[in-house]
Write a protein of this length. Structure first.
Lengths: 172, 172, 172, 172, 172, 172, 172, 172
């Protein structure tokens, strides 16, 4: 059980203003009982500390990195340059270009340095959590089982919407 | 050793014209000695066979899916809808919009159904292979070690370019 | 008359949050007296139920599908993969990319699997309803006549705006 | 049988340079035995003749319009303004913006005047033909049956690619 | 003098919701004493009336058309197809794509049918008015003189901002 | 007649590499018998000479400016800043962004300084010539008549394509 | 010391509405004790005064220009055409296209006339100030030292966020 | 004189395939007699060596960095994170998105870490060289004088094109 609580996922954010978005990732990890570490570490403003963290993370049990950044979003790529553990990128919506810059900066990585990129914003943050769980579940049957249940309950939740949909139509 | 040869990665392509691009993925898996299955299966033209394949894949040992498609690239998303194993998406360059459509169709997944998206085209195909290896390496120390060597040799290959760079400058 | 009330159009939405937009489609069908079925069914979260619905729909009288989804909007394409009845796609505006992703994911279908795509958002939802009526009107003279009247009254409504336009100018 | 040969689909192109692309539509209609009329008629250069053609088309048996244009692609919209028959739009790839302009000009129609828009270029042209057949098949069981066969043979053609895919991998 | 008051500019809008934007055009024409006609006429919803208006306009004195539309903005192009008088296009900001669709639909006209396109929204509406005046001023020395004064007063208005700019800096 | 030969249109290009594109403008002016001046003058590399030319142009008879530039295409805007004569902008296709940069830099002018913008590339260059003729024709009945004939012959040329279109279909 | 207070940076804005954004630049210069001049000068509305200012600026001590403009943002390019001092461009967010037009108009300069372009909006304005300081610091050891301290304090400020990040997580 | 030959500019490229583009920068520096160092160093593949180089560069005389990269172009940003010397970014055209990704990844830097970004491709590479010279010229009167001469000869070269432009027109 203590093994389960060992931090396995690191959530790094370029700025603490990314936290409201990344809470969608945090909640998934908590729902699945995956211990995580969460840090504000910038590829540009704290490059040395970022690299040090990435280098030391495996020693603490980290097996998957989730990196969130906006604009010229280099954080995921910089992490991927320093590790061979899977790096999941979450492009944060930026003020003017609405995350198109964040997405392209995160996903268009050169051959050799992959970043598994998620959708812009909250959906992406949530999916980063689920994707991390999917990766960990490959060697953790409990997580695998939970994922199956999660998928089923998600389907049921969608189907349940149909009970009231005709009534809702009449309400508009 | 037979375990090592058990197919662990499934490479699915929406069209056989995606093969030249996806060879960059194939070569990585072969280089790392990861056994793979490769199939042409379309989300739109063979939806039933695609779903059947995805459902049966874990039974054959598949633990990671790589899906390549262009245009309204739904293949990775459709696979992700039917599995809780990690799905890696490779957006293929499309004739008119050059893969912007493929990228957005692959990456902008709704909350609950993650696709780890790579860059458009060959770099993305190559990185899909490496990312799959990174995931498998979490429970395979041999792969983990090879990844470390791969990263080092990649760095050396870049640094080696510097020997001739000044000479090349004079040649232009 | 009972034949007229037989459901002929299926409106499927990827999420119940799409309902306010799709009400523009619902209202057109009600205005033209076309019976419809409306369901929340996701290409990704309820793929099995979605396919089952599409397969069974013709048996209930459905002749035209309207599919609304946002982001990596795969719903219309997935439906089109499982039917030879006309599928009309409505791209829903997405939070960050404002529906550009939804539009490209819906319209850029590969050869063989058409989706008749409408504009992003409410105009598209309304037009999906009208387009469905236009298709049904080919074998329903009553609908055809109503369409002619609708077009005329639309023109009159535009022209009527001109009575007060000069006065409005002075009000600004 | 003569009824089957009555022209039911009108293919209009803004320029004769669109013909190589629209041949993908022509071939589908010929494969399905749907008689068609094909014309070069521009929304801008021959507006009067375009409107006259659209007005007279139903009298000749036309039930579906396919309109292809590039750049500020107004042809489909102009046709839709003058008819209540279904109009299918094919955005042609343009020289500089590669059809993004053609797509947006075709699909972003205001409420009231739908254009069922297909993908940019050849895939879209092919799908315009299939979509027209899907519409006509609603009241033509022979066409409906052929569509089912077409879909099956399309799937078989995809699946057949898998026989040689591993061999092809070795050839690269 | 009565000649001066003869309507010389026609402002056509695809929808009366475009009026708040087009007031920037109206005000310029009123400031320069150029008589105008303003109409809501849609390329799609009132195509016949639009063409009739364009054909009859020169007889009423109209020498320049200003056309405002959003989304698949065909109005300016349709007018240009029916006249050899200068047509100025104003792309109206659209709900989802923010006028990129309106701009491309207006400006990317095929060879032979020019539309002098302005910026998206209010700046474009204002400039449409000024551009119309510039055209009319070629044969109207009074307007030409007013344009010179307008340009000077615009410069003075900008330069006047500098008196208080340092104070404003301190206020933030 | 000498009046007719007085140069009335100035074609300015940011670079002599724009000439092949701008020949489409030159040919229109020659076809209509409008005398023109053509110059390579850059907003950035020869700013002083550009302004001097613009200031002196009206004295030589110039009444309309056509400005062609690519990338950060400032030429038309800079000219418009120094004149109250109509300025027509032609965005030249740029190497990487294919003229999207040129288009936005030309058309998105601030309120007060209009540039009548044409399509990107050759169509835009041709239309710049026609638009200049349309402006000049307002006070030149001969040009106005020629424009009417040009429009008719353009329509006939489109309609003539229909004679061979069915044959062409069979040739593919 | 008086030398230090000599104005070395000129901040030019196309409109006084750009001031709230450019205050981020002003504050940096004040924080570093760099004297600046700030002016509203438009490339289009006050072209003559803009050029005069640029020509005279070096005589007053100006060594770096910062230019802010939106839409068809020509100001930085026009300045760069008249000086060989470094010009830093700040694209201001525009109403419809959100600064994509401003960015491309500023950055896509032709060979020979560089503009060092910053991000769209406030981040770009702030960075323009820092970049100007970096340039001046090359011959000013005091500024160089301050830059080092600024960078350190920026890192510390990021790292300090980590103290409360876990608590913040619990607050959502 | 030896001081003049001390390397003052570092040109770093993410890949040696960027060299043909960056030769436009090299040639400018050679033309101005500015000594430079040129290296292939990747933000992702050789992150440690890149940081080491940046840290040691000032000790060798480097005062300005030029960084060229394509796709998720992080090189300039990573350098800027480790230095307070001016960093000039050159976005390299990428295979699918043609440098839009490279541009946004380079220019959209967060507040605090400026990168002076140039145009995509060769024009940008050339301008990076000139911009570096402009910066160095602030404390080097010889370079300043050369810049003035360069600007003049550039203008003369443009003006010289006008001698043959009318002849060229006739040749087309």
């Amino acid at each position: 059980m203590s093994a389960k609580l060992k931090t396995q996922v690191a959530i790094l954010m370029g700025s603490d203003t990314d936290l409201p978005v990344m809470m969608s990732c945090v909640r998934i990890l908590e729902e699945f009982g995956v211990a995580y570490d969460i840090k504000v570490l910038s590829a540009h403003r704290t490059p040395t500390e970022t690299v040090r963290y990435v280098k030391q993370a495996p020693g603490k049990g980290i097996r998957v990195f989730v990196a969130a950044a906006g604009g010229a979003a280099h954080l995921a790529g910089v992490i991927a340059g320093h590790t061979t553990y899977p790096v999941i990128g979450v492009p944060i919506e930026s003020p003017s270009l609405k995350g198109l810059d964040s997405l392209l900066s995160t996903v268009q990585m050169p051959g050799g340095i992959p970043v598994g990129t998620m959708a812009i914003g909250k959906s992406g943050a949530k999916n980063a959590g689920i994707f991390a769980v999917e990766i960990l579940a490959l060697s953790n049957p409990t997580l695998a089982k939970k994922l199956g249940q999660y998928k089923k309950s998600m389907a049921q939740s969608v189907l349940a919407k149909n009970k009231s949909i005709k009534k809702k139509c009449r309400q508009y």
